[in-house]
Design a protein around this ligand. Structure first.
Ligand SMILES: *[C@@H]1O[C@H](CO)[C@@H](O)[C@H](O)[C@H]1NC(C)=O
Ligand SMILES: *[C@@H]1O[C@H](CO)[C@@H](O)[C@H](O)[C@H]1NC(C)=O
Ligand SMILES: [Zn+2]
Length: 376
């Protein structure tokens, strides 16, 4: 593939672009590598848009995604696909660029970005309070669709991989996924979950491999605090499917009582953990304010791996929700990728904080980055 843009000197390319001044400050950003913290710019609240601001700040502090925007790599992906519409990605990149190159610390308005996300997902029209995790899903999906390296999704024939080993099957399933969905967003955020179904009659075990963009964790019941690891254990706990839920066993060719279990087949670079604080069961949704104790460093997930993988994650951002389902307020805590210091982003205000304050009963969406993964 010939990338036309690559022929130009980066500065020359910057000059040709309408956002030339931003591009120039970005080259300065990368060349000076200064110790002065950047990215400490707030986002104005446009009326109940704290959910959006909170997630935007978490994403802006996602090192690889930030650099993808700052280096304008998304344009290469767009050009290679001759995309007609990439307005959401453009606005997202522009916003990230302004957040990281702004000379002053004055808060900026995300209204151009909001216009685009509304076009993509009309549910975000208006100024209602929204769920930050749902917003994150819509946003990542929207960005992915615009920078997908696959421009025409092929029809993927249904193939039978059941004769293969689990490892081989997982690889084939993943490659099939990439034939349709392949982007920087997928590179960073998507992992693969294995679910195994074991028949209680004959012991036959069938496996399915599905991509995941985040994990929604149930909160373990407790009167006091619970550990994140216990929420993960609850999520991956063996579950019995009986009664109406009985699946069909492929060997017995009949509906049988089965046990189902999840494990992580492929660990994503960025692991988003969503704590299910809001129960959907009742009409008036209730919020669980259980204190979930999560590690800031070295979240070790090896016990949840399908095979002998070792995966260690470090926390770098949290979306914090205070208040109730109806009248809440979102903020973000982010670790600055350049300095390693933590900051609170409360709409237009950004202030330093200590990492000891990051854990609270209001932590709602956790962003972890993979620090180490290896086969044991
Ligand atoms: C966020 O800022 C508002 C004022 O804009 C303030 O009332 C509120 O207490 C702040 N919240 C937190 C958690 O710092
Ligand atoms: C986050 O939640 C904690 C715990 O309730 C609260 O005290 C704190 O003010 C919130 N922080 C921010 C920055 O919103
Ligand atoms: Zn069976």
């Amino acid at each position: 593939v010939i990338r036309h843009g690559a022929m130009l000197h980066p500065l020359a390319a910057a000059m040709l672009h309408p956002l030339a001044s931003i591009s120039l400050s970005i080259s300065v950003f990368f060349s000076q590598n200064s110790k002065n913290a950047q990215g400490l710019v707030g986002l104005r609240n446009l009326g109940n848009t704290c959910f959006m601001n909170s997630i935007l700040q978490c994403l802006s502090n996602t090192h690889d995604l930030r650099d993808y925007c700052l280096r304008n790599t998304h344009r290469t992906d767009l050009n290679n696909n001759c995309r007609a519409n990439a307005a959401l990605m453009e606005e997202f990149a522009k916003l990230t660029q302004i957040l990281w190159t702004s000379a002053s610390n004055e808060a900026i308005s995300p209204s151009d970005f909001k216009t685009q996300i509304q076009k993509y997902a009309p549910r975000f029209v208006g100024y209602n309070q929204q769920d930050a995790q749902e917003f994150l899903r819509f946003l990542l999906d929207g960005l992915h669709n615009e920078v997908n390296r696959v421009s025409v999704r092929p029809r993927v024939p249904v193939e039978d991989f059941d004769h293969l080993s689990d490892d081989e099957k997982a690889k084939r399933m993943w490659n099939k996924y990439l034939e349709r969905e392949d982007s920087k967003v997928v590179d960073l955020f998507v992992g693969q979950l294995k679910s195994s179904l074991t028949c209680s009659e004959c012991g036959f075990c069938s496996t399915v491999f599905d991509p995941f963009w985040d994990l929604s964790l149930p909160i373990a019941k407790s009167s006091g605090e619970v550990a994140l690891i216990d929420c993960l254990r609850l999520f991956t706990k063996e579950d019995v499917l009986d009664g109406n839920e009985k699946p069909t066993c492929q060997r017995c060719k009949a509906r049988r009582k089965c046990t189902k279990k999840f494990s992580i087949q492929k660990f994503p670079k960025v692991l988003v953990l969503h704590l299910k604080r809001f129960s959907e069961a009742r009409v008036k949704t209730a919020k669980l304010s259980t204190f979930v104790n999560f590690p800031i460093k070295e979240l070790d997930l090896r016990e949840f791996a399908s095979d002998n993988m070792n995966a260690i994650y470090n926390l770098y951002a949290v979306s914090n929700h205070t208040g109730t389902t109806l009248g809440g307020h979102y903020t973000a805590y982010c670790r600055n990728p350049s300095t390693g210091e933590w900051y609170t982003y409360n709409d237009s205000r950004v202030s330093p904080m200590s990492s000891s304050q990051v854990r609270s009963s209001d932590a709602y969406v956790l962003f972890y980055e993979l620090a180490l993964s290896s086969r044991m």
